[in-house]
Design a protein around this ligand. Structure first.
Ligand SMILES: N[C@@H](CCC(=O)N[C@@H](CS)C(=O)NCC(=O)O)C(=O)O
Length: 234
């Protein structure tokens, strides 16, 4: 039986199953990457809901694991060398879980680095830029009279969508026939852009037919359907 008592986060979110990977998250575009990955790999895990309405991410217990106060984060009781491993940053977690399970990343070194490259493209480009567009289109920023900030993120989002669309031309997934962590990183953000952020028309999503085709395939996967609702908001 694993002992996670040295990790203060387990005081606020006690582990019922300390032998399983502990997931601290909320079903946002970054959060669902990890719940989807856990579902896809079949690794046993225990989800814990981190609520933003009560500022759980700012609690000392959460900050003890992620000083950057953002979900998702995990605690694996059986990390490298059999020791517990705490991790934050969704891209790092995806890579760790791919290596741990031996799934969703190509085994050959060139394919592996190419997959990591597309994960980085999402982490450094798609996530931050779509997120800013969400702010200026749907949230507080939509009331700003000056539309130049919004338009800057519309243009940058379109540019990124075009890169992704070209990549997907003639491919089933970002890495071709293989469905990988690059898809798990990317498509929750595309879904959010057209769904929650209501920016589909603004970015002209119909101009990117390969992106919408792959998004449709992605959201039909049983692991994605489960991941999108995990941890359940209650
Ligand atoms: N680069 C981080 C970003 C994580 C992130 O932005 N998480 C958001 C939800 S999608 C969050 O926790 N926001 C809470 C806050 O900023 O207080 C990752 O990919 O894990």
């Amino acid at each position: 039986m694993s002992d996670l008592s040295a990790f203060p986060i387990t005081r606020k979110w006690p582990a019922q199953h300390p032998d399983r990977i502990q997931l601290y998250s909320l079903p946002t575009p970054n959060g669902v990457k990890v719940s989807t990955m856990l579902e896809e790999t079949g690794l046993p895990y225990e989800p814990h809901l981190v609520r933003f309405d009560t500022n759980d991410q700012m609690s000392p217990e959460f900050l003890s694991l992620n000083p950057n106060n953002k979900i998702p984060a995990i605690l694996d009781p059986d990390g490298p060398g059999g020791k517990p491993l705490a991790l934050f940053e969704s891209g790092a977690i995806l890579l760790y879980l791919a290596d741990k399970s031996g799934k969703l990343i190509p085994a050959d070194p060139a394919g592996r680095y190419e997959t990591i490259q597309w994960v980085m493209f999402q982490m450094g480009g798609i996530g931050p830029m779509f997120g800013q567009l969400g702010f200026f289109n749907k949230f507080a920023g939509k009331d700003y009279e000056d539309k130049r900030p919004r338009d800057r993120y519309v243009a940058e989002s379109r540019r990124l969508l075009n890169v992704l669309n070209q990549r997907l031309d003639g491919r089933a997934w970002i890495m071709g026939d293989a469905y990988t962590i690059a898809d798990i990183a990317t498509f929750p953000w595309v879904r959010n852009l057209v769904g929650f952020y209501e920016a589909g028309e603004l970015v002209g999503i119909q101009d990117f037919p390969h992106v919408t085709r792959v998004l449709e395939a992605f959201v039909k996967r049983p692991a994605v359907i489960k991941g999108l609702d995990t941890p359940h908001r209650g």
